[in-house]
Design a protein around this ligand. Structure first.
Ligand SMILES: NC(=O)c1ccc[n+]([C@@H]2O[C@H](COP(=O)([O-])OP(=O)(O)OC[C@H]3O[C@@H](n4cnc5c(N)ncnc54)[C@H](O)[C@@H]3O)[C@@H](O)[C@H]2O)c1
Length: 325
C-alpha cells in the first residue's frame, strides 16, 4: 500500500520510518514548508509538495498520515476521507470536540478507516499493567496516579508554545494519560484541573487534574513541560489487593502484592524488555484493521472521547470549577 505523509517534521519523519518498517511505500511528502517536505521525500524516493490537500487526493495513495500541528488535523482528515483514503492521524484528533465530530462524520460517510495515534495503549509497560489489572492482580482498583514530564517542546515556528494552538501540556500531553485511564478503567464522570501556563520569563507549563471515573475510581494526572531536561513517566495503580508502580527513570514495571494480613514483603515482577517500538505497533494494528484481520485497539470514537476529556481539563483550569463529562 502507498502512503502520503502530511506534515514532515518531528512525528512525520517518525511515522514515515514506522510505516516503511511495515512495508508501506511512501509516495508523497507534503508540508507547508517545501524544504521540510523535500528533505523527507528524498530519504524515501518520494515526491514532495506544498499542496497538502492535493497530496491527500492522489490516486496512487491508499493511506494518508496526518502529522501536522493539532489545529490542522481535521482539515486533512476530512479531505482524505472525501478522497476515499484510510487515515492515520496523530493525537490529539482535533483541537475541539466540534472539529472531531465533523471529521468523524466525514469518515463515516466515506466508509474509510481512521486511526488516532494514542500510542500509550501500545507501550509494553502500560499494556503489561493493563493486562494485570484486567487479571485482577491488584484487586479492585481505587486510585491511580499518572505523571508525564518533559521539556517544553518547540515545533516548527514554535507552535507548541502558542497555547491556543497546542492547548499546552494539559491538552497535548496529558491526553495520553486521559485516554489510557478511559481505556483501562471505563468512562470518566468529572474532572477538576489546575494549570500553570507561563510565557515569561521562560515557557513553563505544569498541570494537574483529578478525575472521578464512573466506577468510583479516583485518578490524579500530572503533566509538565517544565523539566530542565529529559523525559519521565510514572504510574501508580492501587487496588484492594496490591499496587503497581512504574517509573521510567528506574526499574521497569514493579508489582508489589499485599500479604494475606494486608502488609508483608512485596513481590517484584520485572517487565519484559521492550522489543518493538510502540509507534510501529500502532501501524501494525492499523494495517491489520484495514486488511479486515482485527479491530484496532483505538477507535475513532476513542479519539473523540480523549479530546472531550482534554477540553474539559482546560475548561476546568480556566474556570476553576470541576467539569462533568
Ligand atoms: N504521539 C506522540 O508521542 C506525539 C509526540 C509529539 C507530537 N505528537 C503530535 O504530532 C503532531 C505533530 O507534532 P510534531 O512534533 O511533529 O510537530 P512539528 O512542528 O515538528 O511538525 C509539524 C509539521 O507540520 C508542518 N505544518 C504546519 N502547518 C501545516 C499545515 N497547515 N499544513 C501542512 N503542514 C503543516 C510544519 O511545517 C512541520 O513540518 C501534533 O499533533 C502533536 O501533538 C504526538
Amino acid at each position: 500500500m502507498n502512503i502520503a505523509i502530511i506534515g514532515c517534521n518531528g512525528m512525520g519523519r517518525h511515522h514515515a520510518r514506522m510505516a516503511a518498517n511495515c512495508g508501506l511505500r511512501i509516495v508523497v511528502c507534503a508540508d507547508v514548508h517545501k524544504p521540510i517536505a523535500r528533505a523527507l521525500a528524498d530519504e524515501y524516493g518520494a515526491d514532495s509538495t506544498t499542496d497538502c490537500l492535493a497530496a491527500t487526493a492522489r490516486p496512487d495513495v491508499d493511506i494518508v498520515a496526518v502529522t501536522t500541528p493539532t489545529p490542522t488535523h481535521t482539515l486533512y482528515v476530512i479531505a482524505a476521507a472525501q478522497s476515499g483514503k484510510h487515515i492515520f492521524c496523530e493525537k490529539p484528533f482535533g483541537r475541539s470536540v466540534e472539529q472531531c465530530k465533523e471529521a468523524l462524520a466525514a469518515v463515516k460517510k466515506a466508509g474509510v478507516k481512521l486511526f488516532v495515534g494514542h500510542v500509550l495503549r501500545y507501550f509494553q509497560e502500560f499494556e503489561a499493567m493493563r493486562a494485570q489489572i484486567v487479571a485482577g492482580k491488584v484487586g479492585k482498583p481505587g486510585f491511580v496516579k499518572l505523571y508525564r514530564g518533559g521539556l517544553f517542546p518547540m515545533g516548527v515556528n514554535g507552535w507548541f508554545r502558542d497555547y491556543a494552538q497546542s492547548g499546552g501540556v494539559a491538552f497535548d500531553s496529558m491526553i495520553h494519560d486521559l485516554d489510557w485511564l478511559r481505556y483501562v478503567f471505563g468512562e470518566p464522570e468529572r474532572i477538576f484541573c489546575q494549570a500553570l501556563q507561563r510565557h515569561t520569563p521562560d515557557h513553563i507549563d505544569y498541570a494537574m487534574a483529578t478525575l472521578r471515573m464512573k466506577s468510583g475510581l479516583i485518578a490524579k494526572v500530572i503533566g509538565t513541560w517544565a523539566q530542565p531536561s529529559g523525559f519521565r513517566v510514572e504510574a501508580e495503580v492501587c487496588g484492594d489487593k496490591g499496587m503497581f508502580q512504574f517509573n521510567s527513570d528506574e526499574a521497569p514495571l514493579v508489582v508489589a502484592k499485599r500479604g494475606a494480613s494486608g502488609g508483608g514483603p512485596g513481590m517484584i515482577i520485572p517487565a519484559s524488555p521492550v522489543t518493538a517500538s510502540p509507534y510501529e505497533l500502532e501501524w501494525r494494528d492499523f494495517l491489520s484493521w484495514i486488511e479486515g484481520k482485527s479491530c484496532a485497539r483505538v477507535t475513532p470514537e476513542d479519539g473523540l472521547a480523549a479530546v472531550r476529556m482534554a477540553v474539559a481539563a482546560l475548561k476546568s483550569a480556566e474556570t476553576g470549577k470541576p467539569v462533568n463529562l
